[in-house]
Ligand binder design. Structure first.
Ligand code: NAD
Length: 498
């Protein structure tokens, strides 16, 4: 059995705690490896390595830091097929989808190749008599990132690329469900020229997270995962004096206006609702058609497409989606479908009991569609994180707008319409972080910032884009006066520009 350890001080090391967790092949249900679960000792070892390496890295000029990322991007492209296959084998998503996972991470690495420009400070000449004032951005020191299972390449890169480019050392605690790719990424960073100790990967569960949150040498923590854990990590990190940004769960709606191009809307819902088996924080899980006639047309067109989804293991190149990640996820999603039926939603397409010949023990759930869902139902309130789409019928635009406005989560939302006025009103009034106008999954590109509102995000700075540079640096402002501007005698009054 393959044993996955940690990556500390520039090399793979075995776990010391004696605790391990199984890593499954979600298509077959077989255990394919074990992963070490770190305790305080391993986190401390990573921190000590990071502490020893960070000052020299921070003092390395930004062009040289950028060059590591130029090389890393090259290596990622060279190893794309290998990485995508490894990712799919533990996550279950199709290989093409895993490439998307990797490429969205790679794009943030491309973004931070601009670090010499991005980290530049500000300078004011002549802020007073012979006074110059300047602000510089210095690294926080040691940062840590805790990531979810659903994007085991993209989210680690969203975290460590800006952190490291800014001159920090970084400790990554990936999801214990698909830990292999993060270790490969760390190896490739070393191959790209990163000094040992700047990027460490420590596998583990709550014990490792708690060790990070209470470690006195870690200055900033970034987290992506479910909302209850995001809330916990944010509170605990803040209580321990750390800077924190924590991103949580989602329930993303798509409003379909009567004037929308229905074929485009249906195709968008298929990809955004069922791609990656719905295991995306930006997946659309609620469709809100406006008006009965729009709703009827939508359900009529969606139904046969969902029924003919091609579901298969990651080795099936033609599959639209794969299995869920674990048996727990499989049981949870099936349980929520049962609950939807009990609470009176109309089950139009039932994905329960889906079986694939030769993969009977895999965690497959078929594409599922509910109609006549209402806001009081559990399937509406809960993030299902599976291939389940709920149709909530709205009488008019205001009623449709009200649904995502009142929902607990505020990650993403989309509107399908040809009416520019409606789209503009929607984007302006909605209380959600990322909006798509005829775009179902509006994940901002690397040079903009990613983050939700409400229970989808805790903290005030988003991921990637210029926000990430702010998060991973501290501002220092220097006021310098030269002797020609200094008057004789002591000044006791508060200096002003009066
Ligand atoms: P999760 O919250 O179960 O796990 C996330 C991380 O937290 C993992 O590294 C895990 O080991 C750790 N963890 C789990 N339980 C913990 C505990 N009790 N104490 C401390 N740490 C703990 O999330 P997941 O199932 O891996 O990922 C799916 C979730 O992530 C979904 O809710 C999804 O919406 C969310 N997500 C959000 C975004 C975003 O940007 N908002 C992006 C991707 C995924």
């Amino acid at each position: 059995m393959r044993e996955i350890g940690h990556f500390i001080g520039g090399k793979q090391v075995a776990g010391k705690s004696g605790r391990v967790s199984n890593v499954y092949n979600p298509a077959t249900g077989e255990v394919q490896a074990t992963v070490a679960l770190a305790g305080v000792e391993e986190i401390r070892a990573a921190v000590e390595n990071a502490k020893a390496a960070q000052p020299k890295w921070a003092a390395t000029n930004p062009q040289r830091r950028a060059r590591v990322f130029f090389k890393f991007v090259e290596l990622l492209n060279q190893h794309m097929d290998e990485l995508a296959t490894l990712l799919s084998s533990e996550h279950g998503k199709t290989v093409e989808d895993s490439k998307g996972d990797l490429i969205r991470g790679l794009e943030v690495c491309e973004f931070v190749c601009g670090i010499p420009h991005l980290q530049k400070g500000e300078f004011t000449e002549g802020a007073g008599p012979a006074i110059d004032m300047y602000s510089i951005r210095q690294p926080v020191g040691i940062g840590a990132g805790i990531t979810p299972f659903n994007f085991p390449a993209m989210i680690p890169m969203w975290m460590f690329a800006p952190a490291i480019a800014c001159g920090n050392a970084f400790i990554l605690k990936p999801s214990e469900r698909d830990p292999s790719v993060p270790i490969r990424l760390a190896e490739l960073m070393i191959e790209a020229g990163l000094p040992a100790g700047i990027l460490n990967v420590v596998n583990g569960d709550k014990a490792a997270v708690d060790a990070i949150l209470t470690d006195p040498d870690i200055g900033a923590v970034t987290f992506v995962g479910s909302t209850p854990i995001a809330r916990y990590v944010y509170g605990t990190a803040a209580m321990n004096g750390k800077r924190a940004q924590c991103f949580g769960g989602a329930k993303n709606h798509m409003i379909i206006m009567p004037d929308a191009d229905m074929d485009q809307a249906v195709n968008a819902l298929m990809g955004a609702g069922y791609g990656s088996a719905g295991e995306r924080c930006m997946a659309i899980s609620v469709a809100v058609p406006v008006g009965e006639e729009t709703a009827d047309r939508l359900v009529e067109k969606l139904t046969p497409k969902i029924e003919s989804l091609r579901i298969g293991p990651y080795t099936d190149e033609k599959a639209d989606m794969g299995p869920l990640v674990t048996k727990d996820a499989y049981n949870r999603v099936n349980g929520l479908i049962d609950r939807g039926v009990e609470q009176g939603a109309k089950l139009v397409v039932d994905g329960r009991g889906f079986k694939l010949q030769g993969y009977e023990d895999g965690y497959f759930v078929g594409g599922t569609l509910f109609d006549h869902v209402t806001p009081d139902m559990d399937i509406y309130k809960t993030e299902i994180f599976g291939p389940v789409l709920s149709v909530v019928r709205a009488k008019n635009y205001e009623e449709a707008l009200d649904l995502p406005m009142k929902h607990e989560y505020g990650n993403g939302v989309a509107i399908y319409t040809r009416d520019g006025d409606a789209a503009r009103d929607f984007a302006s009034r909605i209380n959600i972080g990322m909006i798509g106008v005829n775009v179902p999954i509006p994940v901002p590109l690397a040079y903009h910032s990613f983050g939700g509102w409400k229970a989808s995000s805790f903290g005030d700075l988003n991921q990637h884009g210029t926000d990430s540079i702010k998060f991973w640096t501290r501002t220092k402002t220097i006021t310098a006066r030269w002797p020609s501007g200094i008057k004789d005698g002591a000044e006791f009054v508060m200096p002003t520009m009066k």
